[in-house]
Design a protein around this ligand. Structure first.
Ligand code: ADP
Ligand code: MG
Length: 320
């Protein structure tokens, strides 16, 4: 079931201007980690603010868990944990007070607040900073505190706008692990980013937005398959690869073979790029044939497209 359903959303900030969000339609399945990616100004924050019920669209409907964001706003808010791109921090407050404060805002009864806050601090790796002032936290820690804050009412859908922006690589990895843990707890995660690398290895689904329009949406594997109907395998050999190259070129399922340039091998063994028709089965089959034919295969690996390369092939936008 789609936990988030966005139908024909449209928003123009100023008359006569290009719409910030233009007939946007997509759905996010329960349990997904959905990466909403696009260059700066593409309309990500606008979309997210509409989903979070903070901004009204000109037209279109968002449903969260079946509830409409316009007529059932309270239900939508109950189901969503929103992590904005920037939020005011209450710097003087202690970390645990900060979370207790928000738990109170969401109506969590006072006896439950302290144990819940302890659990949340544990989850986001801030238990050791419980009694420190919020303003003493590093950027990465504040971002994690923001995640904890979004979880105080136990939402089913976490919506985060550029959560990894400005974090160092280590802090980014830590944040990613938290999102993975939340997914394992059964939550659905919707994350935006203009930097593809941030979400590449965590996303199960992606939506790619450019100038307010969606250019692709779905499981990362499907987007990949659609853009790259052929498979590419890198085969390395013990010894020269020329015979193998000639032999491979004659196989019916092989569409092309080329030598991997020595410069790309870092002094490693000779290797070939093989382009194949067919599915995974065809990739497996070819290895069996190579080995049966007596070629000394050292390594055999299918090329993995990154989300970034997919994004670049879909858009003209600049990715940093
Ligand atoms: N409050 C606003 N008033 C006028 N224009 C805005 C406002 N917020 C965003 N925009 C414009 O809408 C477009 C989409 O912006 P935004 O949703 O913030 O994109 P993103 O988050 O992908 O960078 C941009 O052209 C931006 O300049
Ligand atoms: Mg934004």
């Amino acid at each position: 079931m789609a936990i988030l359903d966005v139908q024909d959303l449209r928003k123009t900030y100023r008359k006569g201007k290009h719409p910030a969000v233009d007939h946007l339609t997509f759905a996010v399945e329960e349990g997904a980690i959905y990466a909403f990616v696009g260059p700066n100004g593409a309309g990500k924050t606008t979309t997210i603010r509409i989903i979070a019920t903070l901004l009204r669209p000109d037209s279109g409907i968002v449903r969260v868990g079946g509830y409409r964001m316009d007529t059932e706003r309270r239900d939508v808010r109950r189901l969503i944990g929103f992590i904005p791109d920037e939020f005011g921090l209450y710097g003087e407050m202690l970390v645990h007070e900060y979370l207790e404060f928000f738990a109170g805002c969401y109506g969590v009864v006072s006896e439950k607040r302290a144990p819940m806050v302890a659990d949340l601090l544990e989850l986001v790796g801030l238990a050791h900073r419980r009694d420190d002032a919020v303003q003493t936290l590093s950027r990465g820690m504040r971002q994690r505190l923001g995640v904890a804050r979004a979880l105080v009412h136990d939402p089913v859908l976490i919506v985060a706008d550029e959560p990894a922006a400005g974090l160092d690589p280590r802090a980014r990895v830590e944040l990613r692990e938290i999102f993975r843990a939340l997914q394992e707890m059964g939550k659905t995660i919707f994350l935006s980013s203009h930097v593809l690398r941030e979400l590449d290895d965590v996303a199960t689904h992606a939506g790619i937005i450019e100038q307010g329009r969606l250019v692709a949406s779905g499981p990362v594997d499907e987007i990949r398959a659609r853009l790259r109907p052929h498979r590419r395998v890198r085969v390395a050999f013990h010894g020269p690869a020329d015979d193998a190259q000639a032999w491979l070129a004659g196989r019916p399922q092989v569409l092309g073979v080329e030598m991997v340039p020595p410069g790309n091998r870092n002094g490693g063994p000779p290797a070939l790029w093989v382009t194949l028709s067919g599915d995974e089965e065809s990739v497996v089959q070819l290895l069996a044939e190579l080995v049966t034919a007596g070629f000394p295969v050292l390594a055999y690996a299918e090329e993995q497209d990154t989300l970034e390369s997919l994004f670049l092939s879909l858009t003209q936008g600049v990715v940093t």
